[in-house]
Design a protein around this ligand. Structure first.
Ligand SMILES: Cc1ncc(COP(=O)(O)O)c(C=O)c1O
Length: 443
C-alpha cells in the first residue's frame, strides 16, 4: 500500500529533546554508558560488510548458522504458537516451566529448592538486574572481579559504590575467596560468574566451596553485630558448557548453610544457543523469587509464553538433553582447540602471544603482548586498543580486550577475549596464517 505523505506531516528532528535531557535526565540515566563491546562489534560488522576476510571473535553470542537452537525447542515453539499460547504468561512463569526448571536443578546440581524459589524471566539479564535491585540501595558497596561481564553497568543503574578486584592469568581470571575476602566486610553484594565471560575460566570446586564458607562466616558475624547480610549473585548462565576435568558447582551444593544468601541466575541463552528467545530464571530463597516477580512484573520482563511452553517440554526431554550437551560441548571445544593450538604454535615460534587452555563457556583468553611494537607502516602500538585495531585490520582477527570488561588498561596488557560462537572451524583455521603474517611484519 502506498503511503501518501501528508504535506502537514509533523517533522521531529533527530536532536529533539537533547538539550532538555542534558538539563533534566536522572542521575542514573546520566551515569549509564553505552557498551564499548557493541562499539567494537559495529566496527567489525562494517568491515565484514565491506568484504574483509575476517574471523569475528567479538560477539558473545551464537550465530544461528553455526549454532542453531535444538530442533525440539524450535518445534515446541512452533507448536505453542499454533496452539495459541500468545497471551500473557503468569507473572512467575508457566507452572510447567517452573516445575521443569526445579527438576532440572535437582538433576544437574543436586539442589532441591521449593517451587516458590523459581521465577521465570526474559533471560539472564533481568535476573541479574533484579538481584542487584533487590539487595542493594544507592550508595551500598558491591564487589566483583575484573575482568567481568556487565557489572559496571548494573552498578551504574543501581547507583552503588563498586569495588573491583583484578584477576590474572594465574587463576584463569577467576577470583579466589582469599582475594575477595578483604573487600567484603562492608559489602552488601558480591558477584561471581562461572564459567566466566570473558575469560572462559571455570572456578575450581575448592574455591566455590571456600566462597560458600566465606558467606556463612561473614553472615554469622553480621548477625552478631546486627548488620545487614552479604549476598552472592551467582551467574551460572554458561553452567553446562565445560570441558575435560572442569565442572560447575554452586556454593549451595558444597556448603548448604549459605543458601539464604545465594541468588542464582541462569537460563537457556547459552546452554541452548538461544540468546534471542529470551528465557531465563532466578532461583534462591523464595522471598527473592517473589520480590523478583513483583519488580519485573512492572517492567514486563516475562519470557515469551510460547518459549516458556517449549522450554518446559525441552528440559523434560532427558535423552535429547544429554545428546544436545555432548554435541554442543564438542562443537564449541573443536573451535576453541583450533584457536588454542594455533596460539600455542605461534608461541612456540617465539611470538609474544599466550593463552589459557579452554575450560568452559565459548571463550578463550588470549594475549598479544605487542605494546611497543611497530607496524610495517611505522605505527607504534601503544595500548590494548592499538593492538585490537591492528589485529582486526591486518590479520582479520577481531577480539575484545579485557579492558572492555572493566579491567585496568595497564594491568591487562594484551589480554583479550576470543569468542567462538559466531565462527566456523574453517574461518578459524584460515585466520591463523593471517595472524602469523601480521605478527611477523611487526618490528
Ligand atoms: C556472564 C553472562 N551473564 C548473563 C548474560 C545474559 O544473558 P541473556 O542474554 O540471557 O540476558 C550474558 C550474556 O552475554 C553473560 O555473558
Amino acid at each position: 500500500v502506498d503511503t501518501v505523505l501528508d504535506p502537514d506531516m509533523i517533522q521531529i528532528p533527530a536532536d529533539c529533546g537533547a538539550e532538555a535531557a542534558e538539563r533534566g535526565l536522572s542521575v542514573m540515566a546520566k551515569a549509564m554508558q553505552a557498551s564499548s563491546i557493541l562499539t567494537i562489534a559495529n566496527q567489525v560488522r562494517a568491515l565484514k560488510a565491506a568484504g574483509a576476510d575476517l574471523a569475528d571473535l567479538t560477539v558473545g553470542d551464537f550465530s544461528s548458522q553455526q549454532f542453531p537452537i535444538p530442533v525440539e525447542l524450535r518445534q515446541g515453539i512452533q507448536d505453542a504458537l499454533q496452539n495459541g499460547d500468545t497471551n500473557y504468561p503468569p507473572p512467575a512463569g508457566m507452572p510447567e516451566l517452573r516445575e521443569a526448571v526445579r527438576e532440572h536443578v535437582k538433576r544437574t546440581q543436586n539442589l532441591d529448592y521449593p517451587l516458590e524459589s523459581f521465577t521465570i524471566v526474559s533471560g539472564g539479564r533481568p535476573a541479574l538486574y533484579a538481584a542487584y535491585r533487590l539487595v542493594v540501595d544507592p550508595g551500598d558497596l558491591v564487589v566483583f572481579p575484573v575482568p567481568s561481564w556487565n557489572n559496571h553497568n548494573y552498578g551504574d543503574v543501581c547507583q552503588v559504590r563498586v569495588q573491583t578486584v583484578p584477576c590474572h592469568e594465574d587463576t584463569a581470571f577467576q577470583p579466589t575467596a582469599a582475594m575477595l575476602r578483604p573487600h567484603l566486610s562492608e559489602a552488601r553484594l558480591f558477584v561471581l560468574n562461572t564459567p566466566q565471560n570473558p575469560s572462559g575460566g571455570v572456578m575450581p570446586k575448592a574455591e566455590v566451596e571456600a566462597f560458600g564458607h566465606l558467606l556463612v562466616e561473614e553472615n554469622e558475624r553480621r548477625i552478631q553485630i546486627g548488620a545487614k547480610p552479604l549476598y552472592l549473585l551467582y551467574d551460572q548462565i554458561y553452567r553446562s558448557i565445560v570441558f575435560g576435568q572442569h565442572q560447575h558447582y554452586s556454593p549451595v551444593q558444597l556448603v548448604p548453610a549459605c543458601a539464604p544468601y545465594v541468588i542464582h541466575s541462569d537460563g537457556i541463552s547459552k546452554g541452548y544457543c538461544a540468546t534471542g528467545l529470551r528465557c531465563g530464571w532466578i532461583f534462591g530463597p523464595p522471598i527473592i523469587a517473589r520480590k523478583t516477580l513483583a519488580l519485573l512484573t512492572h517492567v514486563g520482563a516475562w519470557a515469551p509464553k510460547p518459549v516458556q511452553v517449549a522450554t518446559a517440554k525441552w528440559l523434560n526431554d532427558l535423552p535429547a538433553q544429554e545428546a544436545w550437551h555432548k554435541d554442543l560441548d564438542a562443537r564449541v571445544m573443536e573451535r576453541l582447540t583450533v584457536l588454542s593450538e594455533g596460539m600455542a604454535a605461534l608461541r612456540d615460534e617465539g611470538y609474544p602471544v599466550d593463552f589459557i587452555e579452554p575450560q568452559g563457556a565459548i571463550y578463550l583468553s588470549v594475549r598479544f603482548n605487542l605494546v611497543g611494537r611497530k607496524t610495517a607502516e611505522g605505527k607504534l602500538l601503544e595500548n590494548n586498543e592499538d593492538i585490537r585495531n591492528y589485529l582486526t585490520e591486518a590479520a582479520g582477527f577481531a577480539l575484545v580486550p579485557f579492558a572492555a570488561f572493566g579491567a585496568d588498561e595497564a594491568d591487562q596488557e594484551g589480554w583479550s577475549r576470543a569468542s567462538v560462537g559466531a565462527a566456523s572451524v574453517e574461518q578459524l583455521h584460515a585466520s591463523m596464517p593471517r595472524l602469523r603474517e601480521a605478527l611477523a611484519s611487526l618490528s
